[in-house]
Structures are given as structure tokens and as C-alpha cells.
Design a protein around this ligand. Sequence first.
Ligand SMILES: C[S@@+](CC[C@H](N)C(=O)[O-])C[C@H]1O[C@@H](n2cnc3c(N)ncnc32)[C@H](O)[C@@H]1O
Length: 310
Amino acid sequence: MYSENRAKDVMLFAKAVLSNQLARFAPVTYMRLTHETGRGEEEQTPEQIAAYFTECFRDYHRQLGLDEGQFESFLKAKQVLEYGPGDILGVALLMYAHGAAHVDCFDRFPLHTASEKNLRVYETLLASLQGPARERAHAAFVEPSKPGSGFNPAAIRYQVSADGLSGASKQYDLIISRAVLEHVGNLDGTVRDVSAALKSDGLSIHEVDLRSHGLDRYQAFDFLTWPQPVYRLMFSQKGFPNRWRLNKYRDLFARTGLHIRKLEPTTCLTPEQVARVEPHLSAALRGASTSELSWMGFWVILEPSQRQGA
Ligand SMILES: C[S@@+](CC[C@H](N)C(=O)[O-])C[C@H]1O[C@@H](n2cnc3c(N)ncnc32)[C@H](O)[C@@H]1O
């Protein structure tokens, strides 16, 4: 394991193990204490948060190489599944507004809340839309135009389930997630869930953030050098990164019958940065090439393999 200060690492270990037990036995208390929203710690205005969701929505159609109008045609009557929406169903609202027949959101943690601030985010999103998209968005709530009345389950449904899995079979045309797969405790189970839940002509788009989420101590990516059992004791229940690298994702996609239509990195570490941590990697994480190790995140578009072969 990479270290520049053993005493500091031992203290960090002890604190992290304690908070991991709190998250395990009292997850709701843990979420309250840490004020988890899913979007990091920075305080943002409702307008900034609404702009974030608008950007997330745009990223999905840019990834597909479609403009907004083309994406609306694509979304028409589609069944959409989003994993890990966080505390605000902003992307779900925009998917529904722009034509999706229905959006199901699944999360492992009960983050979704109708706080005053979150309701203002929905109001800001409603005000940002025009024409038919605006009408559809207003109709997504139990009382049309009133986010405080909650989402109409015929439009958008939010469910907390074991491991955040849908358990669905060939039900969805589009399956999405952003900044989620790197947090799931059971990545094999989630990728299997994607594969099972996708219709044979469906598509799945994910943005995966492979960065340390504040866990690096001295060098970039040194969080990858904690031995796996030690890392689990510290972080397994808190939704922290699972640390899996690209080789694991490629292997899981292949094993679960998902063909990679498109795969590209967001940003990469320099070769010098990779060289500093590569010799110290946790044994469980070895197997990624030096180039795969340098990826700090990626976008992937998946489709069922049998369609690709057809
Ligand atoms: C970093 S947040 C991203 C939230 C949102 N997608 C966004 O971009 O703002 C990670 C989300 O993944 C959720 N999550 C963690 N483990 C999960 C799992 N196994 N299945 C589904 N969601 C999970 C968390 O509860 C949280 O909502």
C-alpha cells in the first residue's frame, strides 16, 4: 500500500471503520449527518442545480450524437430506467417532459426528498421548458404544476431497493446512470440487472467517475492501494467508490451479454502519475493495463450483444 505517513493512515482507518458501522446499522442517520445529496458537498442555488440537471439531460443526447429534436423523437413512448438519481429526480423529469412514456428510478439509498429547496429546483426546471415539453413536465405531478404534491407514479416512480436493483426483465428501452456505477457495492449484480432489464432493441448509457471522491491521501489514485479487505471495512456501506477499473467493466459487460457500442474516457492521469501508484495497487485491482489505469472516468453506451450480432 502507498503511504507517506503511517500514523495518519491508521487514524484515518479507525475513523472510517466507525462511520462505516454507523452507515451499516443506521443508514438514514448516516445520510442525515453527512447531508448526502448525491451531488457532492458544495452548496448550490436551485438555479445552479436545475442547470446541472439540464446539462445532464443534454449529455445523454450528445452521447448518442442527437440534437434535442432528434432525442425527443428517440424518447417518444420509451420506457426509461435511471439508477441512482440522488435527492432530486431532475433528469427523470426532463426525460418525461421530452417524450419518455415513463421513468423508473431505482436507488440503494433513500436520498430523494421534497425539501423546499428541491421543490424550487423542480419549479425552475418547469419554468425553463417550453411548448409540449413544458405541458408534459407540468403533468408529471399528482396535482399538475405542483411539485409539492409529488410525482404521479404513472409518469415517474422512485423506488429504493436492495442493492438499488430493478429486478426487471426486458422492460426498458433506455437505461441510464450518471456518477452511480462507481458507487455500487455489487457491480456484478447491477450490470446483470442492466442486461436483464434492457429490451432487445434497447440502449444503456452510463457516465462513470473513476476519481477518488476525496479519498486520495498523498498522490492521485493512491486510494487504489488500500488492500481490498481493509478498504471494505472502511467504506463498504457508505456509497463510496467501489474502485473497480475499466478492465472489470469490460469483463462484466462481455459476461452479461452487453456489447459496447461506444466507450470513451472523460480525462486521464499522466503516465508519471500512474507510474507512482501502479506498483502499489491492491491485489484485487490488478489486471488493468497502464492505459486503462489512467482513465479518470468514462462514458459508455451499451446494447444487447445478440442485436449487434443480428
Ligand atoms: C454521486 S450520486 C449521483 C446522483 C445523480 N446521478 C447525479 O448525477 O447527481 C450517486 C447515486 O448513486 C446511488 N447509489 C449508490 N449505490 C447504488 C446502487 N447499488 N444502485 C443504485 N443507486 C446507487 C446513490 O444513492 C446516489 O443516489
